[in-house]
Design a protein around this ligand. Structure first.
Ligand code: FES
Length: 371
């Protein structure tokens, strides 16, 4: 605290306005205020013009917030992997991002411009000191806060006050709607097979879903026989149904769909195998089929170490023990690769008896953690 001059008494303090009290507090704290002149004379035309510019940013932020809530609530949002609605639903997430960005960036720019064009720079220099503040310092500090509020121009500019309050409220509304909306909105309120729970291996009726190779020509279909997989070897296969043979688009789409790739492998005779409870009959002799989609973050687990029988995901190095129901034994993945139940038809071609019995790939909000 400065020792210069007598300390003002209570009556002197009562006579001072917030500006004088603020300067006194700075002086008592050995603070030298170098520059605290407002950018524009208070109440001047320049100040009002600057306030309108700042308010425009806050107004734009409000527009972004309202648009975000409208998109969140009204825009078609259900995920569809194919079909005529894809063009509409695929805009849902980008529109959320665009409107949220407009809301947040406009609010941030408004606050920055406000501090640049309306708030005094308040450049001050202070010596460091130790110890608690005396009561007079506390009072002057409180006065300084009041003065700062005055300097923001909020009292003098009702337009600025209203827009900044409205923009802050709108932004809080965005956060509230986002938080509450994700709690109450179910991706599949009508039930039934939801896209995250089924894959291309699910047959709509009694039709069989065969294992198919990717030969490089999406329109040629090569089915797989058990003898096609060498001992210790591995193939990547995709689903195929006879009803799709004449559908070139479907034949090509299946090879690109993230849900579909499956690793088909054959263990050498005598390989010790641990079956997963409830899936003891999913293999066909030494043939085992697992989803290729990593249960950590969904990369294709495309590497196989023959000596250790481990399937490796190159993204974050999760290793799945292939002969122990593809359970993770190293890395961040926490769940085994789902297993596809195999069978062979009367012509000797492999097919899937049914879809995976659990969701493939990474976990998601509504996934049953026990599944
Ligand atoms: Fe496979 Fe991360 S995505 S380890």
């Amino acid at each position: 605290m400065s020792d210069d001059g007598p300390t003002p008494c209570e009556r002197d303090l009562d006579r001072m306005d917030v500006h004088e009290l603020g300067r006194l507090g700075a002086h008592l704290d050995d603070v030298e205020v170098v520059d605290d002149a407002p950018p524009h004379p208070p109440g001047s035309r320049e100040e009002r013009r600057a306030a309108r510019r700042v308010a425009t940013w806050f107004a734009l932020s409000i527009v972004g917030a309202v648009a975000f809530v409208a998109v969140f609530v009204l825009w078609p949002w259900q995920y569809t992997s194919t079909g005529p609605d894809e063009a509409i639903t695929s805009w849902y997430t980008p529109m959320l991002g665009i409107t949220f960005a407009v809301c947040v960036l406009s609010l941030a720019v408004g606050l920055l411009r406000w501090s640049e064009v309306l708030v005094p720079p308040d450049v001050a220099v202070q010596e460091r000191q130790d110890g608690p503040s005396p009561p007079i310092a506390q009072r002057t500090a409180a006065a300084r806060f009041v003065e700062i509020v005055e300097q923001t121009g909020l009292r003098r500019n009702p337009l600025l006050r209203r827009t900044v309050l409205a923009a802050g409220t709108a932004f809080a509304g965005v956060l509230t709607v986002t938080f509450l909306g994700t709690l109450v909105r179910s991706p599949w309120p009508g039930g039934g097979p939801a896209p995250l729970l089924v894959t291309g291996w699910r047959s709509p009726g009694d039709e069989r879903t065969y294992l198919r190779l990717d030969t490089g020509d999406p329109h040629s279909v090569t089915l797989v026989r058990p003898a096609d997989v060498a001992v210790g070897g591995l193939l990547t296969v995709f689903p195929f149904r006879e009803s799709e043979r004449g559908d070139p688009e479907r034949l090509a789409t299946v090879l690109r769909s993230a849900d579909d790739p499956v690793i088909l492998m054959r263990f050498a005779p005598g390989t010790p195998v641990v079956e997963r409870a409830g899936q003891e009959d999913f293999h066909l002799g030494g043939l085992y089929a697992y989803s290729k989609i990593c249960t950590h973050m969904g990369c294709p687990a495309s590497l196989f170490e023959q000596t250790t029988l481990r399937i490796l995901c190159p993204c974050h190095q999760t290793e799945f023990q292939a002969n122990e129901f593809a359970r993770p034994v190293f890395g961040p993945g926490a769940r085994p690769l789902p297993q596809l139940p195999l069978a062979v038809d009367e012509r000797g071609y492999l097919y899937a008896r049914h879809d995976f019995i659990e969701p493939i790939g990474p976990g998601f909000w509504e996934r049953d953690p026990r599944g």
